[in-house]
Design a protein around this ligand. Structure first.
Ligand code: SF4
Ligand code: SF4
Length: 400
């Protein structure tokens, strides 16, 4: 049985003291690798949480910076021999910080966060409308190139995603999500084509599936994340598998049991599968061997949280020559909104990942990069790599 939470961060004391400070997680931490600072390491962050929660240190700007510099990749959690649940500790610390800074943050930032998290993300129609404006602004060069936003396709925005299968009679759902459906809808279309070639044509969720809440959880907005999770659960009734082609969304939805603490949420979470994970379970796909090399980038939420990164290689192998990087799955620095909030650290972390990808590609100038997470794909594409989702790669290799 776990210990009660006592301190200002409200963290589980058993989880908090489980760290034995061995340091085995340090090489797996991207922020430690680029800074060399103990305070930017998992061990240092846990020590800071212990100081605040157990020993009364202040919840000040320094503590906030230590927490905010964490990408929440959970590479440390996967490497920890003591099974310290770093992800849950960091989510708890972020939630306490969010509560605290609602009173202390500059009003402009609070207003921007309220608009983004409370107004736009929960209303998909509004996100799509704003994406139209953004796409038009891109056409007249009003969007600075340094912003981490891909070029949005007007043609794709104009064509809503449809499969023709009513959700209530579907053998599987495809969850489109928020930003991915607005900015990368063609990847959903590719996923639908591949799913139809593998088995059932998927159905789409009913009303309420606007956003899974992953970005809210990352930001410590747990109440908002819970509200969104309840709506997502209600939008996909029954027991059909829920296929998610965004690794970050899939990881958040697989954690709904923990987030909401109800048997219904746990049952729903048990139905969630990553796109490649589901595809692997369907057997072989009618694809041709393309002869092209693909360097596989493992999104942290697929590798460390969902532990389903192997499926990407299995489903791509009949069509592509898959190649691994030599960095043991180190994070690329995208991390939800991390590349927007911590642009310098995110760029330094990405530089390492890009170098690892180029080493893996060797001399093959036409090598592609596979990424199962839209955030990682956008972040790496901004560094000049040709990044595709496994669904796009497979749709291209389908026979006929
Ligand atoms: S988090 Fe785990 S691996 Fe890292 S220092 Fe603590 S006990 Fe060691
Ligand atoms: S979650 Fe990632 S960035 Fe944060 S401490 Fe762990 S390894 Fe480092």
């Amino acid at each position: 049985m776990s210990a009660q939470a006592h301190g200002i961060l409200d963290l589980d004391e058993d989880e908090l003291v489980a760290c034995v400070a061995c340091g085995l997680c340090l090489p797996h931490c991207p922020t430690y690798r680029v800074t060399g600072l103990e305070t930017a390491s998992p061990r240092g962050r846990i020590a800071a949480m212990q100081a605040v929660d157990l020993h009364g240190a202040p919840l000040d700007a320094t503590f906030e910076r230590y927490m905010e510099e964490c990408v929440q990749c959970r590479g440390c959690e996967a490497a920890c021999p003591s099974s310290v649940p770093f992800g849950h500790l960091m989510e708890g610390a972020r939630a306490a910080l969010d509560e605290h800074r609602r009173r202390t943050r500059p009003w402009a930032r609070r207003a921007a966060e309220w608009l983004g998290y409370r107004v736009v993300l929960p209303r998909h129609w509004l996100l799509v409308a704003l994406s139209w404006l953004l796409a038009l602004a891109q056409r007249v060069r009003l969007v600075p190139a340094r912003l981490p936003v891909p070029r949005i396709s007007l043609r794709s925005l104009a064509r809503p995603l449809r499969t023709g299968v009513p959700g209530e009679s579907a053998d599987a759902f495809l969850f489109p999500g928020c930003v991915m459906d607005a900015w990368q809808r063609d990847t959903h279309r590719a996923a639908v084509r591949v799913m139809a070639a593998a088995g059932p044509l998927p159905g789409l969720p009913g009303r309420g599936a606007d956003c899974c809440g992953a970005l809210h959880t990352h930001a410590g907005r747990v109440d908002d994340a819970r509200r969104l999770a309840r709506r997502v659960i209600a939008s996909m009734p029954g027991d059909a598998p829920i296929v998610v082609d965004s690794a970050g969304c899939g990881a958040a939805m697989k954690d709904y049991g923990h987030l909401l603490g109800t048997p219904e949420a746990a049952a729903f979470a048990g139905r969630v599968q990553d796109f490649s994970e589901w595809l692997e379970s369907q057997g072989s796909l009618p694809v041709r061997a393309t002869g092209r090399a693909v360097v596989v980038q493992d999104p942290c939420h697929l590798r460390h949280v969902q532990k389903a990164a192997g499926a990407v290689r299995v489903v791509l192998a009949p069509a592509y020559d898959t190649v691994d990087t030599d960095d043991d799955g180190l994070c690329c620095g995208a991390g939800g909104a991390y590349n927007a909030l911590q642009p310098e650290l995110a760029a330094d972390i990405r530089d390492r990942k890009v170098a690892a990808i180029r080493r893996a590609a060797g001399g093959r100038a036409d090598a592609l990069v596979a990424s199962a997470n839209p955030g990682c794909a956008m972040h790496l594409a901004a560094a000049g790599l040709d990044v595709r989702h496994p669904a796009d790669l497979l749709a291209e290799a389908l026979d006929g």
